[in-house]
Design a protein around this ligand. Sequence first.
Ligand code: NAP
Length: 249
Amino acid sequence: MRLDGKVAIVTGASRGIGREIAVQLAGQGASVVINYTKNKEAAEETLTAVKAAGGRGIIVQADVKNLSACENMVKSALEIYNKVDILVNNAGITRDNLTLRMKPAEWQEVIDTNLTGAFNCVKAVLRPLLKQKSGGRIINIASVVGLAGNIGQANYAAAKAGLIGMTKTLARELAGRQITVNAVAPGFIATEMTAVLTPEIKENLQRQIPLGRMGTTKDVAYLVAFLASEQAAYITGQVIAVDGGMTMQ
Ligand code: NAP
């Protein structure tokens, strides 16, 4: 399952799930582009962790909401590493509110970041990826909320459901070029995103998880590393939940 010689861009890699994905990919031998938008210090901590895992990487600031920023990020990756093989669309935010109270700005910011952000990164990476003629991997970090919905998260659920639709469409469009496109749907994972939930909400969520615990960033990152590998070459257009059995059918 090694990724030696591969170059991966991981958006939102300064913290949480994105940081662990960068560390795992680097640990398997990939060179990683650590993207962040605001938190430079945290991105530097990710780079330190990447190096501690025996890997190498660069830090590139880019707001995924902005297409030209994404294009510049890909340009930076190409300048340093000459190619890009793997894109992990992980950057995401929440702006929770009941729909009745949700402000248009809360709706828009989540759609712009979690859905349009992924589209922007795909747009920026596609031409070089296709030109390389060596296949590739696009892995989109969706959410079980995009499959099942969640009270207070109409914006987030719509963005993640949209990301799943985009994943399947891209999988069809790019299959002929041996570029696989998959979505990972984490459940309830311990990061800063979920740290803000009240103890009552956390307890209630935990009761819905057959495996009886919150997920860790590693639980998600191990799957991403597998999907990025050669061994996952025959998997495309899939949505794979990492949720302790929360959404099993
Ligand atoms: P997190 O700890 O809040 O980290 C979010 C990351 O996204 C940070 O690195 C942040 O960068 C980056 N980011 C935010 N807006 C950005 C933008 N406009 N451009 C570039 N980067 C941006 O979140 P997390 O829990 O690790 O979540 C990561 C992904 O997993 C998200 O897509 C989330 O929806 C998804 N997910 C999480 C859970 C969960 O339970 N935690 C469950 C399902 C899905 P800065 O540090 O610069 O702000």
